[in-house]
Design a protein around this ligand. Structure first.
Ligand code: ADP
Ligand code: ADP
Length: 238
């Protein structure tokens, strides 16, 4: 497992007769088991970079590797079907708005994902239960989303992205709808699950105050990384 590698990634969008550069020559490596926060104001390119890491968007240039698999390299990208397979098997994505299905219990949300990912059907539920336990939700396994608290729904949302034991976990702005304390707890949960599972996690945020538990912070502005990702605290204190 080699985590997430982004090298000299540039992404532009059509903008009238010219192009708008949303991501400008960004290089970023997230090692397995560690969490890097991508911190920047609205419009700075965070979602665009996340979409590149998620194999949802092909950059204009650069290199993208996920769990040792070259997604984009030397001007060529994996075909869409292979990218879709990578998203099922190697990448976990936590969307900002949870998309939990209202009619399914917490456990069923995860079992469904496990089924969709293939593998032996009889392994699906045990796997779902194990992930639910990892996020501390065994007791509410049989509740539907409306009967869960906001924080519990957020945890189901994160758990769902971990069912396939991803090499790379991508988390889109997990704290925006939460108060400060809850936001901090969600980031801490993501950081500790990342350590426990060995995923390489990139977490998008615009709120620095909730990022105390992450391993590194990469600041982005106008599509450019401002500096090398800085460790949040001395290595020996980890
Ligand atoms: P952030 O997630 O930090 O808010 P985005 O990656 O969404 O930033 O946007 C970066 C820049 O790219 C912004 O100027 C935004 O307007 C532009 N942009 C984002 N998505 C598109 C798109 N699909 N088409 C054209 N421009 C886009
Ligand atoms: P409820 O929304 O059922 O009242 P809470 O009181 O725990 O549950 O919600 C606290 C806050 O968290 C609310 O502002 C709500 O909008 C927000 N919230 C609820 N679910 C989520 C979620 N899955 N992700 C992010 N924020 C959420």
């Amino acid at each position: 497992r080699t985590g997430l590698v982004l090298e000299n990634v540039t992404l532009t969008y059509p903008d009238g007769t010219s192009r708008l550069t949303a991501v400008d020559d960004v290089s970023l490596t997230v090692p397995p088991g560690s969490t890097t926060a991508l911190l920047g104001p609205s419009g700075s390119g965070k979602s665009s970079l996340l979409a590149v890491a998620a194999t949802l968007t092909v950059p204009d240039s650069g290199r993208v590797a996920v769990g040792g698999i070259e997604v984009v390299a030397d001007g060529a990208a994996l075909p869409p079907a292979r990218c879709a397979e990578l998203r099922r098997t190697r990448i976990g994505i936590v969307f900002q708005q949870h998309r939990l299905l209202p009619s399914l219990t917490a456990l069923e949300q995860l079992t469904l994902v496990a089924h969709l990912q293939g593998g032996r059907p009889r392994d699906a539920e045990p796997r779902a239960r194990a992930v639910l336990a990892a996020v501390g939700l065994e007791e509410v396994a049989d509740r539907r989303p409306h009967a869960l608290s906001g924080g519990q729904r957020q945890r189901v949302n994160i758990a769902r992205a971990l069912v396939n034991e991803p090499d790379v976990l991508l988390v889109d702005e997990p704290t925006s709808a939460l108060d400060h304390e809850r936001g901090e707890q969600v980031v801490e949960l993501v950081t500790s699950l990342t350590r426990a599972t060995g995923a390489a996690t990139l977490l998008v945020s615009h709120d620095e105050s909730t990022l105390g538990s992450v391993d590194a912070v990469a600041r982005i502005s106008g599509g450019r990384l401002l500096a090398e990702p800085a460790p949040t605290r001395p290595a020996q204190a980890r």
